[in-house]
Design a protein around this ligand. Sequence first.
Ligand SMILES: [Zn+2]
Length: 402
Amino acid sequence: MAADSALLLILLFMAAAAAGWYVARRTAPDSRRNGTERELNADYFAGLNFLLNEEPDKALEVFVRMVDVDSDTIETHFALGNLFRRRGEVNRAIQIHQNIFERKGLPRRHREQALRALAEDYLKAGLLDRAEAYLQQLADQPAYRREALERLVLIYEQEREWEQAIAIRDRLADETHTGRSPVVAHYFCELAQKALAADKPEQAQEYLRRARAADRDNLRGAILRAEIAVGEGDFKLASRLYRRVMEQDPGFAPLTLPALRRCHEAMDDRAGLGELLSAMVSKQPGLKAGLAYAAIVDEGFDDPITRECITDFVRRNPMLTDLMSTLRPDAASDADGEQGLRRITRALRMLSASNPSYRCENCGFSGTVLQWQCPTCKNWDSTRPTASFRFEASLGVPRLAR
Ligand SMILES: [Zn+2]
């Protein structure tokens, strides 16, 4: 099937190229014309022979060699190469585009076009180092600079070459006059994590300082600094950093509240934690739902403000109160009391086990680990902790299993 359509493409190519040929033939001097014609005829029949023997690669080689890349045929060559790439026949696309690129005296715009085509061919083939080499050349040409830099960023992110990604983001910022991208802060965080893994804490701190300089609002940098502080036993600093993250983005409460609780337990300061949570909730009522969710999923919370948030959470979910009163008639009426609340919390904790912990707000990808760059849509900062229970999905499990 692939070979048949390759033959068809080559035939189309020949037909298109014939028009260019005809023009060249009419304009060439007689003395040149006869010699050239003889060579072309020999090549033509050799190519045709390969076609008839169903050897499209050899036929393509002959026809590409036979038809000069000149102003009359160049667009046909590009079109054929791009067609092959789109069909996934990347080797053929590369062969054609390389042939164009290597021609002497090629006008600049066609040379750039060939560079771009080759970069796309190698990207499609997954040969990122080759694509990178062509894109680096293309980035020196004003006409394609922005496009080449944007593609290089994606390659360096994929290859986890963070220093290179920073350099290219900065070139891109110069090119577009938009200022440094906040994504650069994530690259510094990646470098900091690498330094931590290599047991180089001072280097990690330096990268985190640069992350903060690149984007003061970067939550990841603050969370990493808090984790380092926990490792060093500086729970006071860790607690301050976790609180700062929650103040900045209450949606991260399910991630940071359990960490905050562990810090205060390590300092033997459970009472202080209760007071802190109470102050935070009165300052930022938006934290209530996050605190309720975190305290339901994470077993360790046990203070008046947390119980108040859970009670509030249950009352605001009619489906939940209905469900609980059906399952345990005493639970709903006892929701204010200790027993009812504990039962509800326990039931919800069991439900939460089937919930993904994180979800990308851009594409919906969900998982149990926070990934700052979504593995599916490649967006940064679009993945967030989930803070709601998927009752329908959870209730559907026993039905499916029956
Ligand atoms: Zn996504």
